[in-house]
Design a protein around this ligand. Structure first.
Ligand SMILES: Nc1ncnc2c1ncn2[C@@H]1O[C@H](COP(=O)(O)OP(=O)(O)O)[C@@H](O)[C@H]1O
Ligand SMILES: [Mg+2]
Length: 458
């Protein structure tokens, strides 16, 4: 639910409670006032009857009282019965049609008046008394008529208050939620611009801001962690070949230790291979940064035969040094594909260098290229340590390295970046990369790239 709707709803509920409270109080006090008015109307009638009694006593003419009573009962149908006791004589006027409520007026010889209400009649000690029977039904009807008017008046006041309150609440809720809504809209627009977050504009702004904040913090944390991991791996990876080169250089530069020409050539090949390892680590790290910062493809025509050959030339010294036979099975016709030359080179280098790295000295590495009308397939196989089934998916994850490489893990340097880069690149082409392997017998990495990409590179 939107924040403005929530605030509005809350304020309207509060408002309803306040309006209901005020109306209930007004109703209660007005009701009391109605009853007081009804009772004072009866008091006026009684006072006028007292006066008529006093006149009748003064003139000793009961006709005055009886006439007045008849007139009063005619104009005031609420009095249904009047029982007059005039100096010992009892005369009843009217006929009770409903339950009655009695008031008795009694006037003594000297003109003093005593009145009593309810059904308790005063002791007939005075000279003249009149017992008035007020109809309960008529009284109730009069009060309920007043009640109805009162209720409609209160309903009108309550409704007007509610309406004004809702307008006020709407304005206040807009004022409170305005900045949050603006911020959420800006974040939503930003999220829609980036491929990472498609925003749903219908939700609650506070929840949305919270989710965006969490996503943002997670991204920052992840990015910081990524850089830290990359730097640590790179430092660690450069350290070993660098130490090797340093050691060999100190031997070569020392006249007393300097080896013969053959050994010197071998040492130079070792150094060159160490430089290759360092170069590979650096390029992988740079590529990782590039893919993270700008995940996109440069599209140019690439001849894969040439690309494979240049990688084999680069890996040649390392393979030779380790007595690894590299077999090249590449068609004689050029295998062309539209793609990012540097990224594709990274894929091939990483697969070939892995094949050499995880194959014991004297092993065989085979690089094969197959062309078809719709796609090209590159496969790099070796007869090395192989890959356990549980590792075949996960080793394409950044920084992942198998725990054991045929018991030689400690000796094989690596960053766990090569296959992650290869997978990311292949995914960008809409292609597929997977590995087939038999543990202890070798591994075969296959890459299939479609010649026509269905979706633009992202
Ligand atoms: N040809 C292969 N034979 C056996 N294991 C391999 C092979 N290629 C890759 N792996 C396994 O996959 C892991 C990840 O490879 P990669 O991402 O290139 O990282 P790195 O080579 O730096 O360790 C390696 O550590 C290794 O365990
Ligand atoms: Mg590797």
């Amino acid at each position: 639910m939107k924040i403005q709707t929530r605030i509005l709803l809350l304020m309207v509920i509060l408002l309803c409670l306040v309006v209901a409270g005020i109306t209930a109080n007004m109703f209660f006090f007005e009701r009391q006032r109605l009853y007081r008015t009804a009772s004072s109307r009866a008091d006026i009638i009684i006072a006028s009857i007292e006066f008529a009694i006093q006149e009748s006593i003064r003139t000793s003419d009961e006709g005055i009282l009886l006439g007045y009573l008849k007139h009063r009962m005619k104009v005031n149908p609420v009095i249904e019965l009047a029982v007059v006791n005039f100096k010992g004589r009892t005369i009843a006027i009217g006929e009770p049609k409903s339950e009655l409520y009695y008031r008795t007026i009694e006037v003594g010889e000297s003109g003093e008046a005593i009145t009593a209400s309810g059904n308790a009649k005063p002791a007939a000690s005075g000279a003249v008394s009149v017992e008035l029977g007020f109809s309960k039904a008529v009284l109730e009807q009069l009060i309920s008529q007043d009640h109805a008017a009162l209720l409609s008046r209160l309903a009108a006041i309550g409704l007007a208050g509610l309406l004004l309150g809702i307008i006020g609440s709407w304005l206040i809720s807009r004022k409170i939620s305005g900045p949050i809504v603006t911020l959420a809209a800006a974040m939503r627009a930003a999220a829609e611009e980036t491929a990472s977050g498609r925003a749903d504009g219908r939700g609650d702004e506070v929840q949305y801001l919270k989710a965006q904040y969490e996503a943002m913090s997670e991204k920052i944390r992840e990015s910081a962690q990524f850089k830290e991991d990359l730097l640590l791996t790179l430092t660690h990876e450069l350290n070993n070949p660098l130490a090797g080169i340093k050691g060999l250089l100190s031997v070569i530069s020392d006249e007393k230790l300097r080896p013969g020409a053959d050994k010197m050539r071998a040492d130079c090949e070792t150094m060159s291979s160490a430089v290759n390892i360092m170069e590979l680590s650096l390029s992988n790290t740079l590529q990782m940064f590039r893919l993270k910062a700008r995940p996109g493809l440069k599209i140019e025509e690439v001849v894969l035969n040439d690309l494979v050959d240049s990688v084999l030339r680069l890996m040649g010294p390392t393979a030779k040094m380790r007595g690894i036979l590299v077999q090249r099975e590449v068609p004689s016709d050029p295998v062309r594909i539209k793609g990012d030359q540097e990224l594709l080179r990274r894929v091939v280098i990483n697969l070939v260098s892995n094949a050499c790295k995880y194959t014991p000295d004297g092993g065989v590495v085979r690089v094969r290229l197959d062309d078809s009308p719709d796609s090209v397939e590159l496969s790099v196989s070796d007869n090395g340590v192989g890959i356990a089934p549980e590792n075949r998916e996960v080793l394409f994850t950044r920084f992942y390295r198998a725990a054991d490489h045929g018991g030689k893990h400690e000796r094989i340097p690596g960053s766990g970046l090569g296959l992650a880069i290869a997978k990311q690149a292949v995914d960008m082409y809409g292609g597929k990369i997977w590995v087939e392997s038999e543990v202890g017998k070798g591994a075969c990495f296959r890459v299939v790239l479609p010649k026509k990409r269905s979706a633009p590179a992202a």
